[in-house]
Design a protein around this ligand. Sequence first.
Ligand code: COA
Length: 415
Amino acid sequence: MSKALDGVRILDFTHVQSGPTCTQLLAWLGADVIKVERAGVGDATRGQLCDIPGVDSLYFTMLNHNKRSITLDTKNPKGKQVLDALIKQCDVLVENFAPGALDRMGITWQHIEQINPRMIVASVKGFGPGPYEHCKVYENVAQCAGGSASTTGFDDGPPMVTGAQIGDSGTGLHLALGIVAALYQRNSTGRGQKVLAPMQDAVLNLCRVKLRDQQRLERTGTMHEYPQYPDGKFGAAVPRAGNASGGGQPGSILKCKGWETDPNAYIYFITQAAVWPAVCKVIGEKGWIEDEAFATPAARLLHLKPIFSRIEQWTMTKTKFEAMEILNQYDIPCGPILSMKEIAEEPGLRQTGTIVEVEHPTRGKYLTVGNPIKMSDSPTEVMRSPLLGEHTDEVLTQLGYSSSEIAALRAERVI
Ligand code: COA
């Protein structure tokens, strides 16, 4: 079966996590992704957080599926010639180097536009234009500068970063969308363009509800669904809301049976207004259905702590899965706190291709996360990540280099 991005060629100059997330997604959608790495060195993540000595790390393998790898010294004049040949033949160049690195290599926008005016040049940077545009940025810096850390955690604790890699992978996803849109626009304009996804912007986009709350706070001085209401104080900025629900339906994380020994024996429980009578029946508080103090959503906001404490008395008598089964019978929105171990072992996720077992020549079998986007006419087959330079000869041959020319480049350490 064909793939959505069949025929699209990506010159992948990405490294670490943000850029590789983007190009991996494009590869899953069918693009031919050629990852350019420094000869003998490669993407730094190949050797980071290693669990097997001398073998590509899971950090690398899980972010670089379905790509081809070539090694190339792009600062060597002969390497630059190869790079120019690639630029001429590819549709998109994706990079997430430190600000200015591409220009320092001589690969300026003007240079690219001159040799391939149809090329789309897509970049992840830490910040957009402004005082921080020259900064190097990693995940947690973006989480802090994008508003996530100041709004995550508990009110009486410090700002907190989240385990979801919203700065790196989140920005990579934004960039992929920009690239696909630019490819679409090129169909009518015939021209490439620059696409920039700053990590601060992507994190802020994912935190947009908190900027909503900032403005609500400034207008009304309070926010009734936050745990600070009604007893605590609100300051000038949106406070950390613990595990409170981000929307208009109050929710909380509650202990389940076994919580004393299992750190993940918890459930997220949402007291959606539409199912409030069912909640009362399930927990054995039928009187709350008519009781003025609990009958309406506005009244309940004044009593969320005792309400959740009473619901927790019930959830603590059930495992998280038993509670899920009962609550789902009444359409009460809830979700078990799943550990990575439980997710890895979940058969349903294997069946949908969300968790995939991959065979790697030096690592053996490992688990990865498959394509979260499922398309009926463009199925994803997850292929292992390439070894360093595995496709150098193949790609150079496709570019028209003879085997003796390739051997000469190798002897001169250009590839
Ligand atoms: N041949 C020759 N040189 C190469 C090369 C190749 N194939 N590939 C990379 N290089 C060079 C670069 O040109 C650069 O050289 P320069 O400093 O002389 O200009 C150098 O390698 C290192 O690149 P840099 O991006 O500065 O790497 P770093 O390890 O110092 O920084 C980051 C890493 C992630 C902090 C930085 O790349 C960055 O801020 N990127 C943008 C934001 C981002 O994506 N962050 C999230 C990462 S998950």
